[in-house]
Write a protein that binds this ligand. Structure first.
Ligand code: AGP
Length: 606
């Protein structure tokens, strides 16, 4: 996730900005840059790679100036290159900007710009040019007028050579906070870089614009009304601040889900047409119609996301869909050809087995598309086409927010194919409406964190826990079990409830509890019977049920309610209590949640 740092005050800006960038390194980035303003002259340096490389490039250069902005970029639009790195300088070298977020309508804006020359491939530079073309001597006004024309998300800080004592910052969907010192201000995308200098922080809210100069701070909303902000005293140390105040990255990433989910779907659908618009598919309608089969290849959590997509591709697009472990796919004799669409899914984009499987599929002539989180990663580069899931850096080994975003993107792909086949406009629109409601519903679940923690503590002493589900919730059971075993080291299995009586039922006893997903969908009654069967054999049951389902209590020792949604979307909600359940058991057992033993975040070896 990109990081912003800004400073205005009496001290030299360069060392503060450089240190600030280092403090934001934990967010993940692929390039960095700094701009300092002095005497109406802007000095800027940018570099691909680590902040250390940027520092090396600056070398002995002085970069004198007491006002400046800096950025670590995590590529979304445009590759990882120096010219795509921020800060961007536009408008005859006068205006400089750093931007986090995504400008959805940047193509439309670009068409309307007087200056059609861009130095980079980024939406951010277009935003900078739009601000410059609105500038008539008042920087804050220019920023506001430009932002009124923008659709998307932003956290921006802008500096202008003719305003040597002013920074303008604005936020919509991408956090920015302002640290208040003695006649000096620090701006950053989180509080981490400012903590060594001040604990007094004010947080910009969506739709607010701040004009900051050495003497004061003025914050307006989009209607030009003055906003009186409260100043918060931050008592976190830097390590805690990096985790957004959470104890671990995993918990932070679980809580990131409603926000990053919006990033996964934003600008990728058309409600009027009831369809998805994933440019990364890069296929004509005719080529899409030639696809006869879908194959999904991935490992671990990414494979579970793929298993959910199987239901969507079959139901919406009538396409036979197979899901395989990358490690198996590459060593069997997969039957694929030019009519097979192969999705390779990977958070890191570096998983060796998945990369090799992608190469194998390409070699066999399949149409291969990547669904990847890390921009510029090997799988993203080699597959050339596909879609980034925009989950932001995922630092905990246990994957959480990448999973929900993978599912979101895959559902959109299934819908895009569905709409050129038999999915009706009404079904497409209902699915999109359902997706738009997901973030709010995720928040409803996250509000129950305390009660989920209490339930989790009661399961920490078991040595084996089974998870069971049916239909789209079978992969949810697999994911719940994987989360639990990888961070708590408790043995866990995910099972298809209908398969219990063909063997696994023998495992059931009072010492083996069962976590069951019982959604109010077409398999409700069958699922309920399966829960009754394990209960009758002594198992304690934790049931994930739909809000309002009082009957579910009949088969539950413990119960967690999640909001109702369309059947295909249920996994997006049902998985979240299981992530929290695993997390709190692991914490109760004193495990190293973010770095579980024997595991690595990115498995780059076979
Ligand atoms: C999930 O929590 C895991 N740590 C692991 O299973 C992971 O999903 C798998 O290794 C695949 O990684 P990738 O998405 O980076 O390819």
């Amino acid at each position: 996730m990109c990081g912003i740092v800004g400073y205005i005050g009496k001290k030299q800006a360069l060392p503060i900005l450089l240190q600030g960038l280092r403090d934001l390194e934990y967010r993940g980035y692929d390039s960095a840059g700094i701009a300092v303003l002095d005497n109406r002259k802007i000095d800027r340096v940018r570099e691909v790679g680590k902040v250390d490389m940027l520092a090396k490039k600056i070398g002995q250069d002085k970069f004198v100036g007491t006002i400046g902005i800096a950025h670590t970029r995590w590529a979304t639009h445009g590759g990882v290159t120096e010219s795509n790195a921020h800060p961007h300088i536009v408008g005859e070298g006068k205006l400089v900007l750093v931007h986090n977020g995504i400008i959805e309508n940047y193509r439309e804006i670009k068409k309307q710009l007087k200056n059609q020359h861009q130095e980079s491939e980024t939406d951010s530079e277009i935003l900078g040019q739009l601000i410059f073309e609105n500038y008539q001597g008042d920087l804050m006004k220019a920023v506001k007028q430009a932002l009124l024309k923008v659709r998307g998300t932003y956290g921006i800080v802008v500096m202008h050579a003719d305003h040597p004592n002013q920074l303008v910052a604005a936020r919509l969907g991408s956090p920015l906070c302002i640290g208040i010192g003695d006649k000096e201000y620090y701006i950053a995308s989180d509080v981490t870089p400012m903590l060594p200098f001040t604990k007094q922080v004010t947080f910009l809210d969506d739709g607010e614009i701040a004009s900051i100069n050495g003497d004061g701070l003025k914050i307006l909303n989009m209607r030009d009304e003055i906003i009186n902000k409260t100043v918060t005293q931050i008592d976190w140390d830097q390590a805690k601040a990096q985790k957004g105040g959470f104890e671990n990255f995993m918990l932070k990433e679980i809580f990131d889900q409603p926000t990053v989910f919006e990033d996964a779907i934003r600008g990728r659908f058309n409600v009027d047409e009831g369809t998805a618009v994933l440019g990364g598919l890069n296929m004509t309608l005719e080529q899409m119609r030639d696809i006869k089969r879908v194959m999904i290849i991935a490992e671990g959590t990414a494979r579970h996301a793929g298993l959910i997509a199987k239901y969507a591709f079959e139901r919406l697009a009538n396409l036979p869909t197979e899901v395989d472990f990358s490690s198996e796919f590459r060593y069997r004799d997969p039957v694929v050809n030019k009519n097979t669409l192969v999705f390779v899914i990977s958070q890191s984009g570096e998983t060796a087995d998945t990369l090799m499987a992608a190469r194998e599929a390409k070699r066999k002539g399949a149409v291969v598309r990547g669904i990847v989180n890390v921009v510029g990663s090997t799988i993203a580069r080699e597959t050339k086409a596909g879609t980034y899931i925009h989950a932001g850096p995922e630092l905990a080994v246990a994957s959480t927010k990448a999973y929900t975003n993978m599912v979101a993107v895959l559902l959109l792909y299934a819908l895009q194919f569905g709409r050129i086949k038999h999915t009706s406009l009404a079904t497409g629109q209902r699915l999109l409406q359902g997706l738009l409601e997901i973030p709010e519903k995720m928040n409803e679940i996250l509000k129950q964190t305390d009660s989920i923690q209490n339930i989790a503590k009661q399961y920490q002493q078991y040595h084996n826990i089974l998870f069971m589900g049916r239909g789209v919730n079978y992969p949810v059971a697999l994911e719940g079990a994987l989360k639990l075993e990888e961070i708590s080291y408790i043995h866990a299995e995910g099972l298809a409830a209908g398969a219990m009586k063909h063997g696994p039922l023998a495992l059931i006893s009072k010492d083996v509890p069962v976590v069951a997903i019982l959604s109010k969908d077409q398999l409700y009654e069958k699922m309920k019977s399966s829960i009754q069967e394990v209960r009758a054999r002594g198992a304690r049951t934790l049931v994930i049920a739909t809000v309002g389902d009082e009957e579910a209590k009949e088969v539950a020792d413990d119960i967690i309610y999640v909001p109702d949604t369309m059947e295909l979307l249920e996994p997006l909600l049902n998985t979240i209590p299981l992530q929290l359940f695993a997390y709190y058991i692991a914490v109760a057992l004193g495990r190293d949640v973010d770095r579980p033993r024997n595991l690595a975040k990115s498995v780059t070896v076979e």
